[in-house]
Design a protein. Structure first.
Lengths: 296, 296
DNA sequence: GAAAATATGTTATATTTCTTTCAAACTGTC
DNA sequence: GACAGTTTGAAAGAAATATAACATATTTTC
């Protein structure tokens, strides 16, 4: 027995006992509100006894009703329209006992979806517009998010000038804060071990009237009142470590948005930057920018 | 006090105590998975005590945490929380507009799956083992992959010492190449605008007998004969830009693998590094490393 | 139609989850 | 720096939720 919760429920409908069938079909029908149910509440709704619910869950391979709910949480459901074959295959192999990689994968996919959902919010559009139009953009990230900020800066630099990585060392800290309030904007990447620096910077930026966007994880509790937009990115998958990948996706989507916003006016610049890079690192090849033309 | 759960949470953010604010913002960020949480689980994630959660819920007008969840049910009861539903929803909404967000998402997910597949190959296991056991690890990435390399180094440093970011400027270029052949190993992150540097480095490393792993995109054509393992990561989704997210996932998975390989012998080190980071950046909190304990 | 097998419910117990109480820690004020 | 007020967490108790054991009902098999 394997697969998603939905899968298992459907499977067992065929040859289950009366009560089990009742429970299964109720669950399928009300999948969305299952997490709110308790074994008892569900039992009374289906008009079976409490133990029946527990037993049923065990019969389809979960430890308990609670355990089933947990799986639901991580379940990405069946998506026959997606790359499901490979995914399912991976799941199967994993369930056979290799390890719990695929669970992590499911969670990562969930995170990715969340990021794409963010990209549809009004805040998102506002930030994209700002990143395209504000004369100077400053980006920062401390500790482990330092690299993230760097990536974002590198990419954005292809599209526009005056994109700076704010550094403790460099004097651009001051440069940011002394620029006029509608001359600059700030993007802060943060995660987990929130550094005091990020917070201080956000405070100062607010004082200086500089619009600030915070990209962080769900554990961040400061910020909501200090910055203009907070983008919360899931970072916990059940790897030992937190993942920065979703944040990278977010950064990519932002850059993508800016590109669309700026339109084709940037192509010239991109060629130029490409050539610059080439000169300094010696790559010789087509000079049409990283992936221009992939837009479909 | 009235309105939806989300409303109330937002409202209280303004003038709540520190712990309350933390709880509220976490809830807001994770609204979709709140139904799966229990007061205790939430408490531990936000790093407050259990009673605080209960009290908080009461302070914003619910009888208990459970009561809040029930209200949530009414608020978002028929809102999709299952990833599959959310995907569908996203698809529906984006199909209306002309931007092909959801298509890009699908591709990204496919890329993620590919990365997880890589993590099951023998090469992968070999690299993980090497990263765990070789006395010194060198990592490099040029241009846009510079940040990627940085992230990888930062994370790996939590687990072991002698992890170095190879830089054009720093003398560690030489340090790498003069170390004995089984004293060091090298990881190169590359993508698209393959720099001559990466290639030269790979050549020299080979001459010096240093095992080298190349992480790159499908367009890379050198390398197969110059390095010991090539991990090819999809980077093209139909965003204007290439995505580094999948590569970030790969880096994460590698670090995760190394952690598993090293076992719990590294916890001590991790505490130490954590404290170091804290001292220099001023974060004050638990000193148990970024996400220790999330392993299930 | 009776015996065996299976399925279900009742009651009692164990476990989890939540709340209360109270003391310690923190905050701001004089 | 001491005081009052607030916030927070630890421990213990109360409520809920889930499991186990056993008894009853139902179905299956012969």
């Amino acid at each position: 027995m394997s697969g998603s919760v939905r899968q298992r429920l459907s499977d067992c409908l065929a040859n289950a006992s009366k009560a089990d069938k009742a429970v299964a079909s109720f669950m399928l029908a009300q999948l969305n509100s299952i997490p709110f149910e308790t074994a008892a509440s569900l039992a009374s709704k289906v008009e079976v006894s409490e133990p029946t619910v527990g037993r049923f869950c065990r019969s389809i391979g979960y430890k308990s009703f609670k355990n089933l709910k947990n799986h639901l949480k991580q379940d990405i459901g069946d998506r026959p329209w997606l790359i499901s074959d490979r995914l399912r295959d991976l799941q199967r192999r994993t369930q056979a006992g290799e390890d719990q990689l695929s669970r992590g994968l499911e969670l990562e996919i969930g995170g990715l979806v969340a990021v794409y959902e963010l990209a549809q919010t009004p805040e998102w559009k506002r930030v994209v517009k700002r990143l395209a139009e504000t004369p100077a953009v400053f980006v920062t990230g401390f500790q482990t998010e330092r690299g993230m900020a760097q990536i974002f800066v590198n990419q954005l630099q292809y599209l526009r000038d005056r994109v700076h990585l704010v550094d403790l060392a460099g004097g651009n800290f001051a440069e940011l804060l002394t620029s006029g309030s509608n001359q600059s904007c700030l993007v802060i990447f943060e995660a987990r071990r929130y550094s005091r620096m990020a917070r201080l910077l956000a405070q100062d930026a607010r004082k200086a009237g500089i619009p600030t966007t915070l990209v962080t994880d769900p554990f961040c509790d400061w910020g909501r009142d200090l910055v203009d937009e907070v983008f919360v990115v899931p970072t916990e998958f059940n790897l030992f470590w937190e993942s920065t990948a979703q944040m990278a996706s977010l950064a990519n989507l932002l850059v993508n948005g800016v590109f669309i916003e700026l339109g084709h006016t940037v192509e010239e610049r991109m060629d130029y930057i490409s050539r610059l890079y080439s000169r300094f690192t010696g790559y010789v090849g087509d000079s049409s920018g990283p992936s221009v033309g992939h837009q479909t």
